[in-house]
Design a protein around this ligand. Sequence first.
Ligand SMILES: *Cc1c(COP(=O)(O)O)cnc(C)c1O
Length: 364
Amino acid sequence: MTTPAFGTFFLPGPTEVRPEILAAMARPMISHRSAEFEALYAHCDDGLRRVFRTTRPVFISSSSATGLMEAAIRNAPAGPVLSLVNGAFSARFADIARACGRAVEALEVPYGEIVPLDRIEQALRGRRFGAVTAAHSETSTGAAQDVQAIAELAHANGAFSLIDSVSGMGGMPVETDAWSLDFVLTGSQKALALPPGLAFCCVSDRYLAGVKDAPTRGRYFDIAEFAEYAAKRQTPNTPAVSLFYALEAQMTAIGPTGMECRWARHAAMSSATHAWVEHQRQAGRLDGILAPAGSRSATVTVVKTCAGVDARRVVADVATHGLTLGGGYGPLAATTFRIGHMGDHTVETVTRLLDALAEVLAAR
Ligand SMILES: *Cc1c(COP(=O)(O)O)cnc(C)c1O
């Protein structure tokens, strides 16, 4: 099997991983209780603090991101949870809270929309909640929410903010400290363009202070234990060492000042995609973008096909050009496809994809 050149895989997770990053994983195992591992851990933590824009440690979990969604709930103070639900992943956050025995009130809006701030405020005023859950970039719909404003509303009403930025972090501005996010999490395989298998989170001091009293924190995702081990530059259990090699390589590549560049590149990729969809819509070949202008993710665009055009066929036709798109999620499978313009993609690789997609649409 030959490896294709970078720039063919536009799934909104896992995203395409550069060959250098894949190669970094082909190193021998080391003990996770060694000085060598502690140095590796320190490099990863330093890089992640820059990604998260925090001076506090970023905890590294050998799990998928869903594990840390569960951690956010399990370690949160007792009390009902207000879940903002505007797609499949934010619905998952609510489901996890229910599965962990929390009373959940879901504020739901149709797929593609965002939850209006006044509705959130009204709900928070009406009842005392322990925490609010929200998806920053809802990967199933391409909608982006103002998590800074959501965190402010939560705090003003005595609740913690639990933020899923799995497809936001690394591609869109997230200011963990400046926005006072209580628990913000992401996964390795989205805008950070690493293989799947690691998840990262940062917690506020007041969240951490309450963890010891959280009745449901369990064992594998005990944030107090993560904090204890992070202070020693270790993880509580055997970490996915190979993935740490990849993480270290990516943090080095992003460098000390790379975040603004990364955000700007994602903004450029999403603008190019939005403009292209609008052009196709005017030509009668697409129905437009699911999320309204002003609340669109910089990392993923969910595109509606015209009536009678099965989006699954579009994805299959593009695949014959050697290019991978994401299918529509759940109830949106027949009517939408998803373009993951995130991670280490560039305007150039995205433009090549859009050119091929234009050919496919024109040939229908
Ligand atoms: C991908 C994704 C998740 C789930 O991540 P896993 O690593 O598959 O557990 C959760 N939330 C959002 C917004 C995502 O995009």
